[in-house]
Structure formats: structure tokens, C-alpha cells
Design a binder for this molecule. Structure first.
Ligand code: GDP
Length: 485
């Protein structure tokens, strides 16, 4: 799982500049002052290591720059509690030149209970000459501190190196239960489902709850009707939302957490609200899951409400029967999420614990589909068949040919196709191929990536590295029509 570092501090201490300097970015716009609305900024410092600038968030509505400290603090408290909750490391930025202010002291008192994860950053110490009353800052109570000048780069490398040490390392592989991530937009029922799955009635729960790195990760052993056991490590990305009332920045944090959860997941369940249908946010999430190459199962939640919509002579507008509504829901998901790989769809009620075992069965079969190895001759035969039905052409009408194709990876599945041209190969053709592969190899729910290489394989092997940096007559000749990607 990923690691999050949050930058906090009162307005005007240079948080954005520090954020940009750590990321080695030169961004001119720095509006680190009260009264400027700005979203949380986040970016990856290293793979799995996310840096978040809490910036001016929460201070947006304070129009008056001279607002009372108490008011600023009230807003700051929200970002502080988010940082404390979500971050593994907090960079508490102060203005080394200006000295410690009352607001710094108040922020410090919030952070002190978590001081082991706080690094006090004394910014604006541009050179040795800047006089800093260090004793005053040390009284804030943090053992780890560092001078920097975000503006001039002084001390930035030291902070960056310290942070890079926190980046997650590849853990030694050990047999583990598969990790199931439950994802979905706010209010779709992620927590309800997690809680219900973990409900005391038939579940044996063990494991830690919400460390900051891992929102809620618990071991789930669900015992089905016939005593069949389903064992997963369950990640619910909703944990944060319930602890604060504010919407947008929390969502940003939970997006980061969602992404982290996604990286570590073996399989993902995306919840869709039965009555709302697929929203643009759902599409975005499905797109992220697809991009991350994770197998996906779609669960249409709150199905109890759909059922209730057709009781006692009632109807959901536009539909005669529940079956008709169900078919429309399926169609809606298939249409809106057309880019996913024939994703299994089921209907669920977290509230009434409807179809839980079916969910876990589907999850299990889908997860088991991601480790197959496909024989190269079979892959090539399948491609031949698929290309007989649909052949891309380039703009001058030249048809696309595949010389040879082979599987190059799994989790996610990857295939390399050596072909005569890449022109004309568009997303819709890739989806057509993916659909053909998913159907033929029975891997519904598993994303597939294709790499097209416009070189015959023979040439690629032979023409790899010409000696002395000189190109052979053959290879330079061929260059004219190779377009290596
Ligand atoms: P999250 O933000 O995705 O974690 O959503 P929650 O689990 O907090 O659920 C949001 C709201 O939807 C709560 O009021 C739940 O009681 C309600 N809810 C969740 N699942 C269901 C369901 O299956 N049926 C009904 N009727 N309500 C549900």
C-alpha cells in the first residue's frame, strides 16, 4: 500500500512552494494566502509515495485577510485532522524568518500527539545569514526539524531524501489471501457492504483496522450457506468520509486512498447505485480500475429499493416490471462502461444482505481468471479469426496484418502483436480484439492490454544493435518503413 505525506501550516509560510520544490517543479502560481480558494494538490514523489499540499484549503471562505486567528484555526483544524488521519508523515511548515506565531503554536498543539510523524520544516531560511530563533521553534515540541528555503532550494534535497526512504518497497512475496477492494462513489454503500460482510452473524473477523496507510483492511472469512468459506483481505476506501463532514478535500484524500487501495488489490468490486444508474464519477472510477489492469465485478447496490419500487402496485417510472428495470440496469452498465472487459454484473443489497454469497462467488471466479497462460499458437489462431471479421486499414487503404502475436504478461494480461503497420489501430479495434480474447479465453472481467509493434519479428531479432554504432545496409534500408513505437 502507498504512503502519504501531507504538508500543513498556517497561510503564507510557503507550503505550495515547498510542494513544488520537493517535486522539482517550477510552478509560478503560488497563492498561499488567506482568501484564496484552492483544492488540495497531490502528486507522486515516487511510486507509491504521494505528496499532498493541504494549501489554502478550508481558508477559502475567509474573505477578510485580517480574519481572527481563531477563525483561521477553525478552518485549519479540518485540514489538520485530515492530515493526521490520512498521512503517514506530516511536514509542518513554519516561517523560519518570521519566528513562531500564535497560530503556529496552536497548530503545534494539534499535531503534538502525533509528533512521531511530524517533521518541522523551517522555511524561508534562504542562507546562513538569516537569523532564526531556533529555541522558539523547538518549544513547539517536535524532535525532527529541518531548515529549508523552498524558494532557493536550500535543504530541499535533504527533506526529499528523508521522504523517499518512506516509499514502499517491494514486499517479499508470501502466500496471502487475495485483496478485495470495494470501490464506488460516496454514498453508494461501500461502508454498509463492508460492515454487513463483516457482520457478526456469520463472519470470523480478525486483523487490524485502519492504520493510516491502509484505510480499513481486515481479514474477511465469509461462511456461505453450505459451509463454503470465502477468504479475503478486504479494503474499504470509505473509512475517511465518515469522520468529517466536509466534502471536497475529503474526496481528494479518499481518491488518493482509493488509488492506493487499487494498486494493492487483486480484484475490485465497483458499487453502482441501482436508482441513480451509472454516473460520470462511476465511469471515471471504472476507467481508473481498467487502467490499473485490475479485474472488476460490478455490483448494483440498493436493489431492495428497486424491489420496493414495484411492490403494492407501485412502479418505477418508465418500467412495467422489476425484470424490465433489471434488464435496463444491465444495459445501462454495459453501455456506459463499454470499455471494461465484459464485466460480470450482479444485483446486491448491502442493507438486506441480498446476494452476498453470489457476490463472493463471482469475485472468486473472476479473480481466478487472471493467472492463465495462453499457448502462442492458440493466440495466433484466434487473432487470425478475429482479423477475418474486422480488419483496420490505414488512410491509404493498406490493410493491417499481424505477423505474430504472443502473450507477454498477466495481472494484467498483455499481448504483443508484431504487425505491418500501426496506423489504423484505434481504441475501438483494440476493444474488438479484447472482447474476442475475453470471450474465447473465458476471462470476463479481466482487462487486456495490447502492444502493437510494427516490425516483423525476424527483423527485430537481427537488426537489434548494429556493431560500432554503424547501421548495416539492410537495417538502414528497412528503417524507412519501420516505425518503432
Ligand atoms: P459509502 O459512502 O459508499 O460508504 O456509503 P454508505 O455505506 O455510508 O451508505 C450511504 C447510505 O446509503 C447510507 O444511508 C446507507 O444506509 C445507505 N445504503 C447503503 N447500502 C444500501 C442498500 O443496499 N439499500 C439501501 N436502501 N440503502 C443502502
Amino acid at each position: 500500500m502507498g504512503v502519504t505525506v501531507a504538508i500543513v501550516g498556517r497561510p503564507n509560510v510557503g507550503k505550495s512552494r515547498l510542494f513544488n520544490a520537493l517535486l522539482k517543479r517550477r510552478v509560478a502560481i503560488v497563492h498561499d494566502q488567506p482568501g484564496v480558494t484552492r483544492d488540495l494538490n497531490s502528486a507522486e514523489l515516487a511510486p507509491g509515495l504521494t505528496l499532498v499540499d493541504t494549501g489554502g484549503w478550508g481558508l477559502g471562505k475567509i474573505k477578510n485577510a485580517k480574519a481572527e486567528n481563531a477563525e483561521i484555526l477553525a478552518r485549519l483544524e479540518e485540514q489538520l485532522s485530515l492530515a493526521i488521519e490520512a498521512a503517514d508523515k506530516i511536514l509542518f511548515v513554519v516561517d523560519g524568518r518570521a519566528g513562531s506565531t500564535a497560530l503556529d503554536t496552536q497548530i503545534a498543539s494539534h499535531l503534538r500527539p502525533h509528533k512521531e510523524k511530524v517533521l518541522l520544516v523551517l522555511n524561508k531560511v534562504d542562507s546562513e545569514e538569516v537569523a532564526v530563533d531556533i529555541g522558539e521553534f523547538l518549544r513547539l515540541g517536535f524532535a525532527q526539524w529541518q531548515y529549508v528555503s523552498a524558494e532557493h532550494g536550500r535543504g530541499i534535497e535533504g527533506v526529499r531524501n528523508a521522504l523517499l526512504k518512506l516509499a514502499p518497497r517491494d514486499e517479499p512475496s508470501q502466500p496471502q489471501k487475495p485483496t478485495l477492494a470495494i470501490m464506488g462513489r460516496p454514498n453508494v454503500g461501500k461502508s454498509s457492504l463492508t460492515n454487513a460482510l463483516l457482520g457478526e452473524k456469520r463472519v470470523i473477523v480478525s486483523g487490524e483496522s485502519g492504520t493510516t496507510r491502509d484505510p480499513v483492511a481486515v481479514d474477511l472469512t465469509f461462511v456461505g450457506k453450505k459451509g463454503r468459506k470465502y477468504e479475503y483481505r478486504l479494503v474499504d476506501t470509505a473509512g475517511l468520509r465518515h469522520r468529517t463532514k466536509v466534502a471536497s478535500p475529503v474526496e481528494v484524500f479518499s481518491q488518493i486512498k482509493t488509488r492506493e487501495a487499487l494498486q494493492g488489490a487483486d480484484i475490485v468490486v465497483l458499487l453502482i447505485d441501482a436508482l441513480d444508474g451509472v454516473t460520470s464519477q462511476d465511469k471515471l472510477l471504472a476507467g481508473e480500475i481498467q487502467k490499473a489492469g485490475k479485474p472488476l465485478v460490478i455490483a448494483i447496490n440498493k436493489w431492495d429499493l428497486a424491489k420496493a419500487g414495484f411492490t403494492e402496485g407501485k412502479r418505477i417510472e418508465g418500467y412495467e416490471t422489476l425484470q424490465e428495470f433489471e434488464a435496463a440496469c444491465r444495459e445501462n452498465v454495459e453501455d456506459a462502461l463499454f470499455f471494461t472487459a465484459q464485466t460480470p454484473i450482479l444485483f446486491l443489497s448491502a442493507k438486506e444482505e441480498l446476494n452476498f454469497e453470489i457476490l463472493l462467488q463471482i469475485v472468486q471466479t473472476t479473480a481466478a481468471r487472471q493467472d492463465k497462460t495462453f499457448p502462442t499458437p492458440e493466440v495466433n489462431r484466434l487473432l487470425e479469426q478475429l482479423l477475418r471479421k474486422s480488419i483496420p486499414r490505414n488512410t491509404s487503404g493498406k490493410i493491417f496484418k499481424v505477423y505474430y502475436a504472443t502473450q507477454t504478461g498477466k495481472r494484467p494480461y498483455r499481448f504483443k502483436l508484431f504487425c505491418n503497420q500501426v496506423e489504423g489501430v484505434n481504441d475501438s479495434f483494440k476493444r474488438y480484439l479484447a472482447k474476442g480474447f475475453v470471450d474465447y479465453f473465458e476471462i470476463a472481467g479481466c482487462p487486456i492490454f495490447f502492444d502493437f509493434v510494427s516490425k516483423p519479428p525476424r527483423v527485430q531479432e537481427k537488426g537489434k544493435k548494429p556493431h560500432n554504432g554503424k547501421k548495416s545496409a539492410r537495417s538502414s534500408k528497412r528503417r524507412t518503413f519501420h516505425r518503432p513505437r
